[in-house]
Design a protein. Structure first.
Length: 272
């Protein structure tokens, strides 16, 4: 399947290039070509994912590399759905950049091998749902982060009175803030349910499980940070740049949780 992955990377890069040209020159033709290239990327990603499932005879999400691929696939999927229903210009460009970075990390990351005994130990419906829901929540937070970045960029352009077609195509500030809020509103319950399932599974399957494991603690910090975002938005009616910056800071904790905390975790054995 290496040739298929190579095609995915090439088409993905061309799609990012097309959206970048559109971003600089307001080129609708480049935008359309980039969109269809991204759609083809999604189809090939899905085929690659299905072939991997067939080859491994399990849902491929038990290792960091498999998780990163599922993460990138989720970003592309959600960005295409949002673009189809809401037509937020430039959103897919920013989502593409993030997705391509994740795919690139996946390309060069070392491939882990899971022993048969460990695979049998880890594969359970509860665990699979836990991991899947965690990555779906990370995907939602990533999309929310992109909307917040777009909000801050447009806010600065308006503040500096940089009137242009590009400014109009960013969409309204209220729309960007609302979309960011919707994504977090989806991500928080997904992460909460994932953590509940993970703790239940660990309590049943693992002897001497440490509830203060680094990965567990930072995951709950992520949950509390985004829950605080929702509280600020709904209960206190906070909005604007303050909320966007809060959201961006929260996403930095998500990145720490994904890429750094696993190195210090004794609980997430498959991430070692």
């Amino acid at each position: 399947m290496n040739w298929l992955y190579s095609i995915i990377i090439i088409l993905y890069a061309l799609s990012v290039l097309g959206y970048f040209i559109d971003f600089l020159q307001n080129n609708q033709r480049a935008n359309r070509i980039a969109f269809w290239l991204l759609s083809i990327v999604w189809v090939f990603q899905t085929i690659f994912f299905v072939l991997t499932v067939i080859e491994l005879k399990r849902f491929p999400i038990l290792t960091p590399v498999e998780g990163l691929y599922f993460f990138a696939w989720g970003i592309v999927t959600l960005s295409l759905v949002i673009n189809w229903f809401f037509r937020v210009d430039f959103f897919v460009f920013f989502a593409n950049v993030l997705g391509f970075i994740i795919m690139s990390i996946h390309l060069f990351a070392p491939r882990e091998q899971i022993s048969t005994i460990l695979t049998d130990q880890l594969i359970s419906e509860l665990l699979m749902i836990h991991i899947t829901m965690a990555f779906l929540s990370y995907t939602a937070f990533s999309i929310s982060f992109i909307f917040s970045i777009m909000y801050i960029l447009q806010f600065q352009m308006l503040k500096n009175k940089q009137w242009s077609k590009r400014l109009i195509r960013f969409g309204s500030l209220s729309q960007l803030e609302q979309m960011s809020f919707y994504c977090n509103m989806l991500g928080v319950p997904l992460l909460l349910l994932s953590l509940i399932l993970g703790l239940v599974w660990a309590g049943i399957k693992l002897d001497g499980f440490n509830y203060f494991d680094t990965k567990v603690v930072i995951s709950f910090i992520v949950l509390l940070t985004y829950s605080s975002y929702l509280y600020q938005k709904v209960a206190k009616n906070r909005q604007g740049k303050f909320l966007a910056l809060w959201n961006n800071a929260a996403f930095l904790i998500v990145l720490i949780n994904i890429f750094l905390s696993s190195m210090l975790s004794n609980f997430h054995l498959w991430y070692q």
